[in-house]
Design a binder for this molecule. Structure first.
Ligand SMILES: Cc1cc2nc3c(=O)[nH]c(=O)nc-3n(C[C@H](O)[C@H](O)[C@H](O)COP(=O)(O)O)c2cc1C
Length: 201
């Protein structure tokens, strides 16, 4: 049997895959939940299926299990602050404070995104430290604009970039990603929606 891959090398290689950036929302027992996600894909046209990979630690996964529904929102170029806010571990309700959103088709629907797709859960499959959520699209909404694109997405308790430690572990997720050539850090200790821009030579 081949030797297991080094997890850090695997993560580093996967982080080179540039993707769009989504916010996935769901209604939990106490209100709306939502997280930034890029492990998202369309799966099937007939029936119309979407895939979202949820970390086992994501509070949004509990909300998805509760309501059996989720919404995928494709973020626009102007919504980098929204991506930072939903990548954080702010109290779930606070993530929605001041945002234009409404309950729609059983999911929290955010305004200003390029597209939103409300889904009914069809499967929640095991996937290592993630759960693979398969949802059937039941409604959608669209707006014009340019997509938000990210690369170098890394989620871990402490982050090193080019040998420099940018943040130390807190036990909670810190998320690093790069958009428009700038490195961003979503720090759960930062204030509501704050983006900490790290220096990157
Ligand atoms: C660009 C980007 C992509 C991410 N992709 C995912 C993803 O696909 N799945 C996931 O579970 N977390 C992903 N994360 C991390 C979550 O957004 C983060 O852990 C968040 O705090 C979860 O929030 P919650 O616990 O309120 O659900 C991503 C973060 C960023 C910045």
């Amino acid at each position: 049997m081949a030797a297991p891959l080094d997890p850090a090398a695997f993560r580093d290689a996967c982080s080179r895959f540039a993707t769009g950036v989504c916010v996935v929302t769901a209604r939990g027992p106490d209100g709306p939940s939502g997280m930034t996600a890029n492990a998202v894909s369309s799966l099937s046209l007939v029936p119309p299926l979407m895939v979202v990979c949820f970390a086992l630690t994501a509070r949004t996964l509990a909300a998805v299990r509760h309501s059996g529904r989720f919404a995928v929102h494709f973020l626009s170029h102007e919504q980098e602050d929204v991506a930072g806010r939903f990548a954080s571990k702010l109290p779930e309700a606070e993530k929605f404070d001041g945002l234009d959103w409404e309950e729609r088709d059983g999911v929290p629907a955010l305004a200003g995104c390029l597209a939103g797709i409300a889904c009914e859960v069809r499967d929640l499959l095991p996937g290592g430290d993630h759960v693979i959520g398969v949802g059937e699209a039941t409604s959608l909404w669209r707006e014009d604009g340019e997509p938000l694109v990210a690369e170098y997405v890394v989620t871990q308790p402490g982050i090193e970039l080019d040998g420099r430690r940018l943040a130390t572990g807190t036990g909670a997720d810190l998320v690093l990603w790069e958009t428009h050539g700038a490195v961003r850090l979503a720090d759960p200790r930062a204030g509501a929606g704050d983006l900490v821009t790290a220096d990157c030579d």
